[in-house]
Design a protein around this ligand. Structure first.
Ligand code: PEP
Length: 263
């Protein structure tokens, strides 16, 4: 079955409440104009409940940027996966490189979070990516396979169909990031897809792998047209609705030449 191309953004720690309302109202309209994409946004968790209400019945999926793996407990400041799901999150973004770098998230804890997301009916969006150092040492493939194999350990093939993967090379993310070469992205996506098939058999083939890291209006088509790129996960360039709209238009012009999605 052909799936819709995935187009989403993680807001990180940006946007106040009124900006959030303005953005989502506009995105709702954009999503109606481009039904060929599955849009999703990952706002601050505090806004999920209100945005969930406002986006009900829209074509846009909502996600949380992080969560704990346990239902409840003495963990001051943490968010339970039960609350996240209850507030309307359909996606749990897990293991963004900033969480791994600044909050010491590791593959073993992320594996627990993947299981918690599945338990609460959400899609785990597991982010993987090699560091500049790992790339320099030539161990990108090893690093990524390790992140996938630990992060997805114990997930049964039946649930694998709800998993999304984002490939986000750490050196390509954010304002100081270097955009990745599309040919390199294609090679790495092939490694990730192969590993997913190794883990889940045929079901692994249906798991989308999104690319993220300095995606913008200029490079979005060159990345999206690469084999094995099933969606784009965008930071800065999608926080500005005008830019996100331009990206949507650029991809639309390309997709109308034949490629319509993945799977
Ligand atoms: C990200 O941090 O996930 C990301 C893709 O950011 P940016 O597009 O701003 O590099």
């Amino acid at each position: 079955v052909m799936q819709r191309f995935l187009l989403g953004t993680n807001w990180k720690m940006h946007k106040n409440f009124s900006e959030a309302l303005d953005y989502t109202a506009k995105l709702r309209i954009l999503a109606e104009a481009y039904p060929e994409y599955q849009y999703f946004i990952i706002p601050p968790a505090l806004y999920l409940q209100e945005l969930g209400k406002r986006m009900a019945g829209s074509l846009v999926l909502l996600g949380a940027q992080n969560m704990h793996w346990l239902d409840e407990g003495d963990f001051t400041g943490e968010l339970s996966p039960a609350w996240i799901a209850d507030c309307g999150a359909q996606i749990a973004e897990l293991g963004h490189s900033e969480r791994r770098q600044f909050y010491n998230e590791n593959d073993y804890d992320l594996n627990r979070k993947v299981h918690a997301a599945l338990h609460y009916g959400m899609r785990p969006l597991l982010c993987v990516g090699e560091s500049a150092q790992e790339k320099m040492y030539g161990i990108t493939e090893e690093a990524l396979r390790r992140q996938l194999k630990i992060g997805l350990f114990g997930v049964v093939p039946k649930d694998a169909s709800r998993v999304w993967i984002a490939y986000e090379p750490v050196w390509a993310i954010g304002a100081s990031g270097v955009p990745a070469d599309p040919a390199y992205v294609e090679q790495v996506h092939a490694v990730l897809h192969d590993c997913l098939v190794e883990l889940f058999g045929e079901r692994g083939r249906g798991i989308p792998v999104l690319y993220g890291g300095s995606v913008n209006q200029e490079n979005c088509v060159a990345l999206a047209e690469r084999k094995g790129v099933d969606g784009l996960f965008i930071g800065r360039a999608a926080w500005d609705m005008e830019k996100f709209k331009t990206i949507s238009e650029q991809l639309h012009a390309y997709f109308n030449t034949g490629k319509l999605g993945y799977g």
